[in-house]
Design a protein around this ligand. Structure first.
Ligand code: SF4
Length: 219
């Protein structure tokens, strides 16, 4: 039995950590310098980086390079003003993942305040974006010169067929493990299309370069 006796009835220490780790949404706490101070288990599942890697590191590691400047500007201004511009509604954005891919997520932001009400950081809560408004419908996307590949880890049964059929693109020992940049000639592109089409679970799909990203015929 847990000891629920806490000062002022507020969850602290281990109890607070258990609550964070039991949440099914990814919860990221960053301090006033933008360093990650909490990274729950759902973050590990969603983004791939371990708690040991993430905690204490600048949150930049998960932000695509082209979005970093905007993040810095917005966060610095929020810390100066003592409040976030966000109204708390979910915002769709893109995050990098540990395997070298990227994923669309729906994220809410809140100011983290101390007992005096001072803003001392921010709390972000994220879950995969999975509806049709999302270019890859929550799947990770790997970009190549002739064709892109998307991957849904929830569908993969790890039978290894793609790795056996086209090891120059699919290599679980490498990061990213899917690398369509090596399919840079028509014959290789055709082999990639065939390999993806033969994925028995639908975990792999083709997304054409230049094709409207939410085209329902993708794949
Ligand atoms: S072929 Fe499809 S199901 Fe099999 S390992 Fe590759 S991605 Fe997963």
């Amino acid at each position: 039995m847990a000891d629920w006796t806490t000062p002022d009835g507020v969850l602290t220490g281990e109890l607070a950590a258990w609550a964070l780790d039991s949440a099914t949404d990814a919860i990221i706490v960053i301090d006033e310098a933008g360093l990650v101070r909490a990274w729950n288990r759902a973050c590990v599942d969603l983004f791939g980086w371990s708690q040991e890697f993430a905690i204490g590191r600048d949150v930049d590691f998960m932000i695509p390079p082209r979005l970093r400047e905007g993040h810095h500007r917005g966060f610095t201004s929020a810390m100066d003003r003592g409040r976030l511009a966000s109204d708390g509604s979910a915002r769709r954005t893109k995050s990098l993942t540990e395997d070298g891919g990227s994923i669309y997520i729906d994220m809410t932001f809140a100011a983290l305040r101390n007992s005096e009400g001072e803003m001392i950081g921010a709390v972000a809560v994220a879950r995969p974006a999975s509806d049709r408004d999302t270019p890859t419908h929550g799947r990770k996307r790997y970009t190549g010169p002739l064709v892109d590949v998307t991957f849904d880890s929830a569908l993969c049964n790890h039978n290894g067929q793609c790795v056996r059929n086209m090891p120059e693109v699919f290599d679980t020992a490498k990061r990213p493990w899917i690398n369509p940049t090596t399919a840079d000639a028509p014959a290789l592109e055709q082999r990639l299309r065939t390999t993806v089409a033969n994925c028995p679970t639908g975990a792999l799909q083709i997304l054409e370069v230049g094709q409207p990203a939410d085209d329902p015929t993708a794949g």
